[in-house]
Structures are given as C-alpha cells and as structure tokens.
Design a protein around this ligand. Structure first.
Ligand SMILES: Nc1ncnc2c1ncn2[C@@H]1O[C@H](COP(=O)(O)OP(=O)(O)OP(=O)(O)O)[C@@H](O)[C@H]1O
Ligand SMILES: [Mg+2]
Length: 310
C-alpha cells in the first residue's frame, strides 16, 4: 500500500476578485505536506499575500476551497485557526503596547491561561532577542525588533502551520540569517512552514518545495532540488562547421538538434565548455560559434514570469 502523506494545507481552485474588480487569484491549487517547508514565490503583486490572507480568513475568497489539517475553513474556521500561526507582511500591532502585553493578549485570544504562557513567552522573547525590550512600548522598537515580535506573537500558541508573509523584509543580512535559522529550527521540530518571498536564495536555502505564482496564476510547482537543477543548467546553441544528420551521442551531454548545423546542449555547473569542445572534436564535430541562453537564478525567474502574456 502506498503511504499517503498527510496534508497540512490543501488549496483547491481558489479564486479571488476584489470588490474593485481586481482579479488577484485565478483558480490556484496547491498542497503542502505536513512538516514541509514550503515557499510561495512570485514578483510584487503576484497574489501571494492574497492567498495567505484567504488561508487565514482575513480576506474572503470568491470561490474555491481551503483545507487546513483536513478541516475545511468554511465548515469550522475556529478549529482550523487553532492550528495556524500567521506573520503578516505589514506590521499590525498596537504601538503603544509592550511586547509582553502583545504576546499575552495574543495567547488570550487562543484561550491560553497566563500562567501557562509565561515560560514560553520568555523563551521566545529571549530566542528572538527581545527580552530586554519586553516592557518597552513598541513605538520605541526598531523595525527589525518589530518584525521579530510578529514572529514571537505568531508562535505563542504553538501552531502546527506557520504562515510567514515576507518576514525578512527590511531586515539586515545578519539578523535575517539569524531569523531564518530560527524558523528552520521551528520547522525541524515539526511545524509546517509556508513562506512567501521574492528572494530566490531565501527559498533555496530553506524550502523543500515551492510554487511560483505570477499574475494570480501558479506557473510552476516543484521541489527546490529540481528547481535549482533547472537553474544551474545553461543552454548553449552551437553553430557547427559541418552538417550532421543526427544529434551526437556523447556521454554526459544532452544534445538537441535544431537543424543540420545547429545543436542545443545543456551544460550543468559541473561541466565545462572546454571538455565539451574536446569531446565534440573527437567526434569530428567542429563548433564555429556559440550563443549562451543564460538561465541563471533571477533571469530564470524573470523569464518564467515574462513568458506569460499579461
Ligand atoms: N484590498 C485590495 N483591493 C483591491 N486589490 C487588491 C487588494 N489587495 C491586493 N490587491 C491587488 O491584488 C493583486 C495581488 O496583490 P497581493 O498583495 O496579493 O500581491 P503579492 O504577491 O503579495 O505582492 P508583494 O510581493 O508586493 O507583497 C495586486 O494586483 C493588488 O493590487
Ligand atoms: Mg504581499
């Protein structure tokens, strides 16, 4: 019998049209396995926040379904919500309150007694280096501190699924690394994570699986491993001196014949052109010129999204 992976989240044919007529999501579907670190990638305005806000019921969907831990949010959102932690893209707490007040209040929303939450609050505040500031009104915190406070707040009720909407926006490199490694730690201890970002390198270092969203549509779903493999492959177009009738068969290289004197070849980051040329010349094939169809990280991303007709 096939082992069925348990789903933390299931999005099915989700549509969103805002009241002003903006079509933000066009029938998107994706699933996130329990325990996964999942990335929702896409450029500005792609629909990432809309999707996350529908999952957390901040925004109403136009149609489609959202299931959290096998609970349909339409049938029992209060129950589904218990499992959810959410770090919104925009800061949204009362700046006159202190971190400790904000966290205890949040715990209260989830029906957790103060005595049951103090040690966890202390642990999280220390972990995110906010302990010194626990009694400082939030308006006196730095931007990075406020962002970290949002993470503490999202984690206080020990959610099984943590949604992070660009949690590192506006945070310096050092702190960002620290924050992300903490999030990774949370994931390692069993919490499912969904992270939206437009930084590919962030997804690369953290996520197992990603969906790329553009203009309200999911244009790619893949494991990060496969995505990186595609990204680390460059396609070269070789112009040949002689005509050939079939694509050459040379170990380690994948050729595609374009016409009798043009070949496309994929080179990965472990291969090099000199090796390719010497192997081709052994097969009596001489290359006159080559063109690089660049395919690196950001370019690939841009290409993926540009290929879509807007
Ligand atoms: N409240 C709203 N009313 C009308 N349109 C909206 C509203 N919120 C978002 N939109 C539109 O929906 C589309 C998707 O926006 P969304 O905020 O989901 O994108 P995003 O992927 O999160 O972008 P970013 O990376 O900039 O945060 C955009 O065209 C945006 O202008
Ligand atoms: Mg957003």
């Amino acid at each position: 019998m096939m082992k069925k992976l348990q789903l933390a989240l299931q999005i099915n044919k989700l549509n969103k049209i805002y009241s002003d007529g903006t079509v933000a999501l066009k029938s998107i579907s994706f699933e996130v396995n329990k325990g996964d670190f999942f990335g929702l990638l896409g450029p500005n305005g792609a629909g990432k926040t809309t999707a996350i806000e529908i999952i957390t019921s901040i925004t109403n969907k136009t149609s489609g379904s959202v299931t959290i831990n096998n609970i349909d949010i339409d049938s029992n959102f209060p129950l589904a919500k218990k499992k959810l932690g959410f770090v919104p893209q925009e800061l949204n707490f009362n700046i006159f309150e202190t971190p400790l007040q904000i966290i205890l209040k949040q715990a209260g929303y989830y029906g957790i007694m103060r005595k049951d939450v103090t040690s966890r609050a202390e642990y999280l505040l220390k972990k995110l280096r906010l302990w010194d500031k626990k009694d400082t009104p939030c308006r006196n915190l730095s931007g990075g501190m406020k962002r970290r406070l949002m993470i503490v707040r999202a984690l206080i009720h020990e959610p099984e699924l943590l949604l992070l909407d660009e949690p590192t926006a506006g945070i310096d490199v050092e702190l960002r690394r620290e924050m992300l490694s903490f999030i990774k730690e949370i994931n390692n201890s069993g919490t499912t994570i969904i992270l939206t970002t437009h930084y590919l390198e962030e997804a690369e270092s953290l996520c197992n699986n990603v969906a790329i969203i553009d203009n309200g549509e999911i244009i790619k779903k893949s494991s990060v491993k496969d995505l990186i493999k595609t990204l680390d492959t460059e396609t070269f177009i070789l112009n040949l001196e002689n005509n050939i009738s079939t694509a050459p068969k040379i170990l380690d290289y994948n050729f595609t014949m374009i016409d009798s004197n043009t070949l496309a070849v994929e080179i990965n980051n472990k291969q090099n052109l000199n090796d390719l040329f010497s192997k081709l010349s052994k097969s009596k094939i001489k290359v006159l010129s080559l063109k690089n169809k660049a395919n690196r990280l950001e370019e690939y991303f841009i290409k993926l999204t540009e290929n879509k007709i807007r």
